[in-house]
Design a protein. Structure first.
Length: 236
């Protein structure tokens, strides 16, 4: 970590899931001040919006060194995205693959909108780094999670705001097992336990069944990735 990083202020795209919680810890370990932003877009797994607040409270309580850097949380209402997105994350339909090879969990434009609104908040609050959990290694092929998309968005947002804005994606080239390992390296067993107990990943919003890797249905693509990653990490 450079001295320049240590003086910077960041905004983390924070859903309350495993990936964004790990990214939040990564940012808190590097930057002087960190804020968070979540998005309401009509998602079926809306429970994540409640869980994210619990996760923030637990981070403040269990990790005072991080809590001292953790600033305001913002929530943006993007209900219009759910209204125009006919996907299994915004409609009560079964998860399946489309003819183009993408799962119908893909919400077109979601990350593009998230980053644009996050950049707007960052501009007004003097935050120069956006941090997101986008990943090309363990993912469903979403084009708005790819590194090239992030690089293009960084250029577009910096030009459009007329100030340099950096997009950091610490999970871009690691798999779910390595994400668990990164969480452990950042905060030890206490932090991985926090992720198991308080974060949410399941697309179906299941919170009444707890597994070794956390809460969820255990069957949807998000649960399958999280479970497999946890088992590979635990077996090391």
């Amino acid at each position: 970590m450079s001295a320049a990083d240590n003086a910077q202020r960041a905004l983390v795209l924070f859903s309350g899931g495993q990936d964004s919680t790990t990214c939040l810890a990564w940012a808190l370990a590097r930057f002087a001040h960190v804020e968070t932003v979540g998005f309401e877009y009509g998602q079926r797994h809306r429970v994540e919006m409640d869980v994210r607040l619990e996760t923030l409270r637990e981070i403040r309580a269990q990790f005072p060194q991080w809590g001292a850097k953790l600033g305001d949380d913002h929530v943006v209402d993007l209900a219009v995205l759910g209204q125009i997105s006919d996907t299994s994350l915004t409609r009560d339909v079964a998860i399946a693959y489309e003819k183009n090879g993408l799962p119908n969990t893909f919400v077109p434009g979601r990350n593009l909108l998230f980053l644009t609104f996050a950049a707007t908040i960052a501009y007004r609050r003097g935050l120069t780094v956006l941090v997101g959990g986008m990943c090309e290694t363990d993912f469903s092929g979403y084009p708005d999670c790819r590194d090239n998309t992030m690089k293009a968005m960084q250029v577009a947002l910096s030009l459009g705001l007329d100030q340099r804005l950096r997009i950091e994606t610490p999970l871009m080239w690691i798999d779910k097992a390595d994400t668990w390992a990164l969480a452990e390296a950042l905060g030890g067993a206490a932090f991985t336990n926090l992720i198991v107990e308080h974060t949410h990943t399941c697309y179906h919003g299941v919170r009444d069944t707890q597994h070794a890797w956390g809460y969820g249905c255990g069957e949807c693509p998000a649960c399958a990735l999280r479970k497999a990653g946890f088992e590979r990490w635990a077996a090391r």
